[in-house]
Design a protein around this ligand. Sequence first.
Ligand code: NDP
Length: 313
Amino acid sequence: MDRLPCVLLSTTTDLRGLFGAALAAIADRVEILDHPAEDPERVRLALGWRPPADALQRYPNLAALCSIAAGVDNLLACPGRPPDLPVVRVVDPDQARAMSGFVLWHVIGHQRRFQAYAENQRDRVWRRLYPRDASAVPVGLLGYGKIGRRVAADLAALGFPVRAWSRTAQNPDPGVTHHHGPDGLAAMLGESEVLVNLLPLTPETRGILDARLLSRLRPGGYLIQVGRGEHLVEADLLACLESGHLAGAALDVFATEPLPPSHPFWDRPAIRITPHEACEASPQAVARTLLAAAEAVREGRVPPDTVDAARGY
Ligand code: NDP
């Protein structure tokens, strides 16, 4: 069988270094090329993360652009992207499980007051803090998609009251209350102490984590921001921490990555920073996604997990 030529496109990431071994396992079906590829008319697939600005126009016969991640915001924003070019994301249950572990760690850390124990240890203070039961710490989730659902179910299994919010009505898993639309958002926020952001970045969700939204959380609230940096109005978070309305925040994604050394977030003990590592799609999942896209292209089908570009996710 012919191998489908696929070009690697990234300005920030060594895709061959990260995914080479996994891509070698599908080399009998997909031919991996570096950009700029010779004979660009042959190229049918692209695997990308922050592609070079002019790259997509170079390959006039592209049939799909595949992400290495669950989010596709940077691919949809790529200049010169043909509007009808299918953009494919990774859907990986192992990645959702890894995200769940990350979120649970922070939710439990807030509930069990790990930060206070760390400070007491630093000061050699032995003091019991009598943390609250999980049932007393309601958690709200923005986004109830492939990853949000996994996180919500795992939180509910540990006894946290869980409310999830998304754009459309959904049938929630046991232990999860679901809300949708603007009224649903207000209802969910007012009942939540911890807020987890698992939304995709779209024109509708950009800047959604602002003072108006954060101030609706219960006093002493905690933000876990694992969506995209541009969801958050950074000055508004700092003001909510300053006023004491929020007790803290765990931030994994930032408007500017890497987070510059001069950024005020670094100096806030109430902020936990991780470098966009809450979870990643495995190289095997990326290769599986690419192979499925190649097979669909060969058979003239729309690749699985193609996003709705107009909707933005
Ligand atoms: P999905 O596309 O499966 O789910 C997206 C969810 O967001 C859906 O429930 C959707 O609603 C909801 N949504 C989208 N737009 C709106 C809106 N305007 N108002 C309300 N709800 C909305 O995505 P995933 O669960 O796979 O991933 C979610 C995001 O997590 C990714 O896009 C990425 O930004 C982030 N992420 C971050 C990682 C990290 O390491 N920090 C790793 C992986 C992902 P509906 O169900 O109604 O369509």
